[in-house]
Ligand binder design. Structure first.
Ligand SMILES: *[C@@H]1O[C@H](CO)[C@@H](O)[C@H](O)[C@H]1NC(C)=O
Ligand SMILES: *[C@@H]1O[C@H](CO)[C@@H](O)[C@H](O)[C@H]1NC(C)=O
Ligand SMILES: *[C@@H]1O[C@H](CO)[C@@H](O)[C@H](O)[C@H]1NC(C)=O
Length: 556
């Protein structure tokens, strides 16, 4: 009796083991299989170019964290898109650790101590480039990398810098996007007439598509930073050289500015958004305005039906109205370290409710109705989204502000300087030392309560960031579009004078309908909205880099 019982136990034991094995196998096959072609299972990086997304992915493959990958991809981007960002700029990281805690690390440039008191009087009213050393803010870029790496890094710092040292030294073929920009007459002239020509010209003429792009000086700077750490930029020989070059160009940046620059580590601004929570950086970044627009739109109970038939016209009109009201709030975006005015209401639903009630379904109003002070719009910046295998994520936007920043090239260090102080133009009446200028940057992380779905998203394109992000998020979250379609979809941009501009290819019938409702529709030849995003849902990862900037994502 005991014998047969033990045999029975043995048989049922084998049965249990077999069942577990079969179930495991099934789950393994099923989870590998169920993601679509082009999706990833483990991690992904969406940067502005294939080369930089690949570098980020390689870092993850070597056991690096999401922050490690983001830093490596950013350093690479400073070479591929030197017009957008670099060591001479600033960055804002929104970081979610694997437990779901979100932290913002901002090294947005600040006003130097000896800034020009009458600077804002020089803000141009037309669209000329705002160049020259007077506009340079204290470059914080590397200090935020160092802070983020210190808090969340896994690989040694040098490993993150090395791929870019090699690229800078050996050079690489002119990226198609940069090649196209340099063929533009205005940009060609900007480069050829300024110190930028020292790095982007050959024989005093801008490099052309097919030429090799090389950064020998920057390679040395990067090598020192790889070896000695980011502090070498702020206190050592690099700092001395940089300050000398900026002062030679007529700027007032000092060693003291560099040494005393402080990274801001804060909690994110967290906003409920339907089934999601959205984490964005606090003021003076653009997250508050983004959430303001999304909150207004959310109250219209959007579904995929909202973009079909007649509803489509109404939804578009409502979005444009929301964007106009957001323009009216632009001047509220200020550095909270300097300005004490409480503008927490901006991201509150109660405020969005009040504003939504002011939207008329069939007509629009003059600028004063929205409290808009006309300004001008500028474009630049880059974004990297990373999602790691452990669920941690990084959404980081980095910039030297306008295209090629101040157009001041530091020949001793190979660094192109920002013109971040130009962000005060049209949005502030004064500035003070240490102040961060207002920004549209809004690197975001969204997730459902259970984090079954995570969306890491951000945009570039200066004033166009808000539109680029708001529309992508609306398209994906509420209108049921895939991440790729959500980003590819043609955009409407409401400029800071409340003129409405449609990207080429936008539905003409809708444009006519907007004109009929009284919107001032203007033509614009160029759109600089770019969104790079990574999304994870049910264990499958989609990553998409905007083709508007020839972007490609990478993952595994
Ligand atoms: C813009 O205004 C400046 C003066 O503020 C003038 O020198 C320049 O020619 C103008 N540029 C264009 C393109 O209108
Ligand atoms: C540089 O430009 C000059 C004048 O345009 C030309 O004569 C010369 O051949 C060019 N040199 C090279 C290396 O392209
Ligand atoms: C909306 O605008 C139309 C056209 O200007 C006007 O006739 C109507 O009264 C407005 N509706 C509301 C609720 O204000």
């Amino acid at each position: 009796m005991p014998k047969s019982r033990s045999r029975l136990a043995c048989i049922s034991g084998i049965f249990v083991v077999c069942t577990v094995a079969v179930v495991c196998l099934f789950i393994a096959v099923f989870t590998t299989w169920r993601c679509s072609i082009g999706q990833f299972h483990h991690f992904a990086v969406a940067a502005d170019s294939q080369m930089c997304s690949d570098i980020g992915r390689d870092i993850l493959q070597q056991g690096g964290s999401a922050v490690d990958a983001a830093i490596a991809a950013l350093l690479c981007t400073s070479l591929v898109n030197p017009q957008s960002m670099g060591l001479g700029g600033g960055a804002i990281f929104t970081i979610m650790d694997k437990s779901g805690t979100v932290t913002v690390i901002s090294s947005r440039e600040t006003v130097p101590m000896r800034f020009k008191q009458d600077l804002l009087k020089k803000c141009p009213t037309n669209l000329t480039f705002i160049t020259g050393a007077d506009w340079i803010g204290v470059p914080g870029e590397l200090r935020s990398y160092a802070k983020a790496h210190h808090l969340y890094g896994k690989l040694p710092w040098a490993k993150l810098v090395e791929p870019s040292v090699n690229l800078a030294r050996e050079g690489f073929p002119m990226p198609a996007y940069l090649g196209r920009l340099l063929e533009n007459d205005n940009i060609k002239e900007l480069v050829e007439k300024t110190s930028l020509c020292q790095v982007l010209c050959r024989n005093n003429t801008v490099l052309r598509p097919g030429d090799k792009l090389r950064y020998p000086r920057l390679a040395e700077t990067l090598e020192t930073i790889a070896k000695d750490g980011a502090e070498a930029f702020y206190t050592g020989k690099i700092a001395n050289d940089l300050v000398r070059d900026v002062q030679d160009a007529g700027g007032s940046l000092t060693l003291e500015d560099l040494k005393s620059f402080k990274v801001r580590v804060t909690k994110a601004l967290t906003v409920p958004l339907g089934d999601y929570k959205m984490h964005v950086p606090p003021l003076p970044a653009g997250g508050a305005l983004l959430s303001f627009i999304l909150n207004i739109m959310q109250g219209f109970n959007l579904t995929p039906a909202s973009v079909i038939g007649d509803q489509k016209t109404l939804t578009l009109h409502r979005y444009i109205e929301a964007a106009k009201f957001a323009n009216g709030q632009r001047r509220k975006i200020k550095d909270p370290f300097v300005h004490s005015e409480n503008v927490a209401y901006l991201s509150k639903m109660s405020f969005a409710d009040r504003v939504r009630a002011m939207i008329n379904s069939s007509s629009t109003h003059t600028a004063s109705y929205y409290n808009v002070t006309p300004g001008s719009d500028r474009f630049g910046t880059t974004h990297v989204s990373v999602l790691a295998a452990d669920g941690s994520a990084v959404s980081v936007t980095s910039t030297i502000n306008h295209m090629f920043g101040a157009a001041v090239y530091s020949h001793r260090t190979g660094i192109i300087m920002n013109n971040e102080l130009a962000d005060f133009c049209g949005r502030a009446d004064s500035l003070s030392a240490g102040e961060q200028p207002p920004s549209s940057m809004a690197p975001a992380i969204l997730h459902t309560e259970d984090r079954e779905k995570t969306l890491v998203i951000g945009g570039s394109g200066g004033s166009m960031i808000t539109t680029a992000m708001a529309l992508s998020i609306l398209n994906h979250l509420w209108f049921g579009m895939s991440l790729e379609d959500a980003i590819k979809s043609r955009v409407v941009f409401v400029d800071s004078k409340n003129s409405v501009m449609f990207e080429e290819g936008f539905d003409q019938v809708l444009i006519k309908a907007m004109e009929a409702r009284g919107h001032t529709v203007q033509r614009r030849g160029y759109f600089f909205n770019v969104v790079n995003a990574v999304m994870k849902e049910h264990g499958c990862i989609s990553a998409y880099s905007d083709i508007r900037k020839n972007g490609r994502s990478a993952g595994y």
